[in-house]
Design a protein around this ligand. Structure first.
Ligand SMILES: Cc1cc2nc3c(=O)[nH]c(=O)nc-3n(C[C@H](O)[C@H](O)[C@H](O)COP(=O)(O)OP(=O)(O)OC[C@H]3O[C@@H](n4cnc5c(N)ncnc54)[C@H](O)[C@@H]3O)c2cc1C
Length: 256
């Protein structure tokens, strides 16, 4: 059920859901992804910024070149990266191409900071033709053929955000926290998005165990958790635009 609001009642956090019902909590954990409602409520100045390129994605049910047992990456020229990985029954590819915000809107039906995942139903024939044409121009014939043969396509606009300064907020005598992409979506080239979220979640579980099992003060445990995990999130936010710039992808802006 979608969360729509967070308020305080008699000193305790209260979550409101789309169907109107509410729930009292001691601790609210927002792990609600790139378009996080939690971030909008707790840290509203940190809005998403489009980085100027798109990860086009597909899974083809054809076996890639014989002998491809591992991940393959091609960077045929600045502004282009193609990744291919064998998966059971076929292969998974990601093709990064530059794209203006208005081109994204034309191809996928909404602004990139609003349509943060383009599902198969959002991929227009023009978007498909754009990817096929660039595959023909830029990739070896066998890899272009994989792209052409992929019926189900998706796309993800690459987004930046100002680095977070905190992960924990007091709500009355309770708390709310952000983690994973809700805290800070990072560029895919950093390979840190899921890793950061998993490490933060495991660290939070350990902090809550300290509180529940060993009676550690919850506020102190949460601030210790923030101290341990915030630096990695900030570093990944800063690293993304640097890597993108090295690859000629997007409109380079140093992360704030
Ligand atoms: C092309 C690409 C390649 C990547 N490669 C890597 C990599 O190599 N290594 C790596 O570590 N990371 C990588 N990532 C990043 C990684 O995929 C993400 O960082 C990760 O999936 C984020 O997980 P999350 O749980 O924080 O958010 P999500 O997976 O987005 O989950 C958020 C959940 O919250 C739910 N939700 C949203 N809003 C609400 C609401 N209001 N109420 C209730 N529920 C809500 C959603 O339905 C969803 O289930 C890559 C990303 C891309 C696009």
């Amino acid at each position: 059920m979608k969360v729509t609001a967070l308020t305080e009642q008699a000193g305790q956090p209260v979550l409101r859901f789309r169907d109107g019902h509410t729930a009292l909590a001691d601790l609210v954990v927002f792990a609600d992804g790139r378009s996080s409602t939690g971030r909008r409520l707790l840290d509203p100045d940190r809005t998403l910024r489009y980085a100027g390129y798109v990860a086009h994605r597909g899974i083809a049910d054809i076996t890639p070149q014989p002998g491809l047992r591992d991940f393959l990456r091609l960077q045929p020229c600045p502004g282009v990266q193609f990744n291919l990985a064998p998966v059971p029954g076929g292969c998974d590819w990601t093709f990064y191409l530059n794209c203006t915000s208005s081109e994204y809107t034309q191809r996928f039906g909404a602004d990139p900071t609003r349509r943060v995942f383009a599902l198969p139903r959002h991929v227009s024939p023009a978007a498909r033709a754009h990817v096929d044409t660039h595959a023909d121009l830029l990739l070896p014939v066998a890899h272009a053929a994989i792209v052409h043969a992929t019926t189900t396509r998706m796309a993800v606009p690459v987004l930046d955000i100002t680095a977070p300064q905190r992960m924990v907020w007091p709500i009355g005598t309770g708390h709310a926290v952000l983690l994973g992409d809700a805290l800070a979506p990072v560029r895919p080239h950093t390979a840190r998005g899921a890793n950061n979220g998993i490490e933060q979640a495991a660290g939070l579980a350990a902090a809550l165990t300290q509180h529940r099992k060993y009676a550690a003060d919850l506020t102190a445990a949460l601030h210790g958790w923030q101290r341990r995990h915030l630096p990695a999130a900030v570093a990944a936010v800063h690293r993304g635009p640097v890597i993108g710039n090295q690859l000629g992808l997007g409109t380079h802006q140093p992360a704030q």
